[in-house]
Structure formats: C-alpha cells, structure tokens
Design a protein around this ligand. Sequence first.
Ligand SMILES: [Zn+2]
Length: 243
Amino acid sequence: MQNDDLIKRYYSQLLLDGMSVEKQKLLSKKSVTVIGCGGLGSPLATYLAGSGIGNIILIDHDVVELRNLHRQVFYCENDIGTNKVDVLAKYLKSLNSNISIQTNAKRSWDLVNKDLKSDLLIDCADNLRTSYSLNKVACEEKIGFLTASVAGNIGQISLFDNEKNHCCLECIFPKEGDMDGNDCADIGILGPSVALIASIQTSIAIDYLIGEKLHVNQIYRVDTKNFSIQKNKISPDSSCKIN
Ligand SMILES: [Zn+2]
C-alpha cells in the first residue's frame, strides 16, 4: 500500500501516541491466528482487520446457531447453519481488501503446530482444553500467546511473549481438573460483557504487534458488572510442566 493510501485509510489511528506510518506498515506485515470465532473472536478479528493486520487466520469448527446471536452480533439469522469462519472471513474481506484472511473449520487441537503458527496466537475459545493446548504450542514455537476468557461478569486476559525466560498460562494456572467443564454459554453471559473483554484483548494484541511490551506476562481481571480492572504481574513457576 502506498503511503498516501495508508495515511488516508488509517489517519485517525496514526494520530495516536506510539503509532507511526512505520508501525502501520509493521502491522501490515504481521500474521495472527484467532482461535474461536464466537463472542470474543468475532469482534476481535473485525477490529484487527480494520486496524490493518496483514494476515488473519481464523480457526473455529462451529456453525452459527440461534443461541449464539444474543452475544455474537456479527452473525445474522440467515447465517444459522453456516461455518462461522466462512461468514466472518467474508465480512472481514469486505471490510479491508488490503489484508489476507485464511480459514480452517476445525478444532485447534486437531491441527498441527504449523497450521497455527503466526506472530501471535490469540485464544478466543470458550474451553480450557483449547487454552492449554494453545499455550503448549506457543511455548514450543516461541511465539506470543494472548488468552482471554469470560464467564458471568468476570473476564480474564493474559499475554505471554515466550521469548527469553519461560512464563506461561500453566505457571499461573497449573493444568488440573476437568478440561471439558462448562463453557461460558452454560454459566451465563451478556453480549456487552464479552464485547468489553474482546475490546481489551484486541487493544493488547495491537500494542504487542507494534512492539509494545507493557502487557507481557500480565493478567487482567475485569469485572464487567462493576467496571473494575485488576492488573497483576505473572511470575514464572520453575516447576511448570511446560518449562
Ligand atoms: Zn509455564
């Protein structure tokens, strides 16, 4: 993209502190993998596409269901029965024709590392099994891992860069118990709550992709009812099984 076109398209984004034409070009060279295209993944992928991330890989085995629509508002009644990745990819391409979108309508744990690999693995899934398997892939491949979950009125977001010293999801939450427990939809969830968590997750992703380290090895706990955010540093655990 020529500089003039880039400035026209991303003008308001470029005005921000920390942004520049060079960083916008950097975003256009970045590739991210979004695992889960539901309440978190669909708004997140849309904002990433709008902001000019060069390549977005969408992974989700689900089709759109009626019970999704109260919170996954990027899907319409006409989409029921269609693969989420196909509906979302079509929308993202219409939003920003300068970026590339790839899709894979499978469960992430049925894929091999090379199918998932990118500059940042973004976990928008609704189950622990996926989060832990992606954490392992990110550690093995030494790539960034941004995970979020939301249940009821509480959301959690954490980012690991997997660069120098080991620090991962299992360092803070050792894998134990039922990996196939209730997902957020069974606990209860309001559409705006999940959108709030998705917005924070997307902002963290963009910061990371332009080289900002502010959020690395941090966990954010967001109360979407009382509107409070707690930020805590995550310390590596030398006994972590992934280490
Ligand atoms: Zn660990």
